[in-house]
Design a binder for this molecule. Structure first.
Ligand SMILES: [Zn+2]
Length: 128
């Protein structure tokens, strides 16, 4: 039984690794509250959460783009021109960051689809 740097997907508590033997299938992770995960499920859950967090970041950045541009567009006084420029620069930066994260997520999804197709093709070839 060994503490890890991993956190429980359900409650955020520290996960402890329990190993009996050297096979992945007999290793498990539990938190103080008793939530338990196999390595495979823990890995899948982490992948899903990272995807949700990154898509959430894309959504928030795109909201910031729209809101900053709207605010900048509403500034009519010359005295506030500097602030309007700052809002526009922030919108451009947020737009670039959203595009980078979106591109990463889309490439990752395409690679996952290709890997799945390759696995199916390999299984079909073994069955033939
Ligand atoms: Zn937990």
């Amino acid at each position: 039984m060994e503490s890890t740097a991993l956190t429980c997907p359900d409650c955020g508590g520290v996960l402890t690794e329990h190993a009996s033997g050297t096979q992945h299938s007999v290793r498990k992770y539990t938190c103080y509250l008793g939530h338990a995960y196999s390595p495979y499920v823990l890995n899948e859950t982490t992948e899903t959460e990272v995807g949700q967090a990154l898509w959430g970041a894309v959504r928030r950045l795109e909201e910031q783009v729209m809101f900053s541009r709207r605010l900048a567009g509403e500034i009519l006084s010359d005295a506030m021109a500097g602030f309007a420029g700052e809002l526009k620069r922030k919108a451009e930066l947020a737009e670039r960051h959203a595009a980078i994260i979106r591109g990463l997520l889309e490439r990752s999804a395409a690679q996952a689809r290709e890997a799945k197709e390759d696995a199916v093709t390999a299984a079909d070839q073994r069955a033939a």
